[in-house]
Design a protein around this ligand. Structure first.
Ligand code: TXA
Ligand code: MG
Length: 325
């Protein structure tokens, strides 16, 4: 076994970026979730990300740059749909998939000819990326199979002793991962819902579709193929009142019902989404055995929120847990 690393906690983007320039990997805040970044032009640096996370090597990474003008340095081509979406939503919680440029090492894309690219809006992320002065490959900064981290403390719990540095920022504003849109083909396809909503995307590019099981691009997007995180507890979706009791938790919109071990009540879907992953971690720590998640309408950020809750419900299904070790 490897001996644990000393993990430096810092608030200084320049200090954190020095690790990336030396070929190491660093956790950094973004407005969606925290990322675990390394130099996207160096295969050994990228390999360190997969090793620290325990991530399967066939799941590609998103490349982050500090400014929209730098997208052209990582893509081989910027398609018209990507150009329009980037002009409206970048910097921000949007990732576009484009043909991969020669500067990005192939392992970032897990062998695909494309690459995911994002310009985060978080000021600490942008300062960090500027100091890195290379494109930075970064998945969410969790151990594979854990929820994406929305605080530096969650990163430390998962990766402390496994990475050399954590750049601290506040709690991630959005709390769900970015919207991923494949812009490499003729029809732009949403591969992962996020806080840049389908309605907002269509207001800019009316032809945007949500990828379905029949789309080759969706089948290629390994994020949809890999088992998703679920807390140790069983996750269930419900519409009204559930079955409160000891060992049962509730999260939803409206006043918190009584009788639950833990509750997380919200005024709207954005606040619910912001809290979800952190609440799952809290439930695990408290030894909760069932988490009841109230359904929200599938519009706006509600689509991304229901996507994450449904994945967690599927992954925590006892039938499935028996068949997939
Ligand atoms: O908000 C976010 O997107 C965060 C922050 C750190 O930017 N990152 C993140 O990365 O969530 P990750 O690795 O946890 O999720 C990336 C998703 C996966 O579902 C992956 O399969 C998909 O994007 N993806 C990446 N590159 C792709 C490509 N070339 N083609 C298709 N899907 C791709
Ligand atoms: Mg992830």
């Amino acid at each position: 076994m490897r001996s644990p690393l000393e993990t430096l906690l810092t608030d200084d983007p320049a200090r954190a970026a020095a690790f990336v320039r030396d070929g190491g990997c660093v956790a950094f805040p973004t407005e969606t979730v925290y990322g675990l970044g390394a130099d996207a032009t160096r295969a050994e640096a990228v390999a360190a990300i997969f090793a620290a996370k325990g991530r399967p090597s066939d799941n590609p990474l998103i490349v982050h740059v500090s400014d929209p003008s730098l997208v052209a340095s990582v893509a081989a081509e910027i398609t018209p749909s990507a150009r329009a979406l980037l002009a409206r939503f970048s910097p921000g919680p949007l990732t576009v998939i484009l043909p991969r440029g020669p500067s990005v090492t192939a392992s970032v894309s897990a062998g695909l000819p494309t690459v995911g690219i994002r310009v985060p809006a978080h000021p600490v992320a942008r300062a960090f990326l500027e100091h890195c002065s290379v494109p930075v490959a970064a998945p969410s900064a969790n151990r594979s199979g854990r929820p994406s981290p929305t605080t530096w403390q969650a990163v430390e719990a998962d990766l402390g002793g496994r990475i050399p540095c954590i750049l601290r920022g506040g709690r991630s504003r959005v709390g769900l991962e970015s919207t991923v849109v494949d812009c490499s083909g003729d029809v732009p396809l949403v591969l992962r819902a996020g806080s840049v909503t389908l309605e907002a995307l269509r207001a800019v590019v009316p032809g945007v579709r949500v990828a379905g099981p029949g789309d080759a691009e969706a089948a290629r997007s390994p994020g949809t193929r890999h088992p998703h995180y679920a807390p140790d507890a069983r996750v269930v979706l419900l519409d009204g009142v559930g079955h409160p009791g000891a060992g049962v938790a509730w999260i939803g919109i409206g006043p918190a019902p009584s009788g639950y071990a833990l509750t997380s009540s919200h005024a709207d879907a954005a606040s619910y989404a912001h809290a979800l992953f952190d609440f799952f971690r809290t439930c695990d720590e408290a030894g909760v055995r069932r988490v009841e998640c109230v359904r929200v309408p599938r519009r706006g950020i509600g689509r991304a929120l229901m996507d994450r809750v449904e994945r967690a419900a599927r992954a925590s299904d006892p039938e499935r847990r028996r068949s997939e070790p």
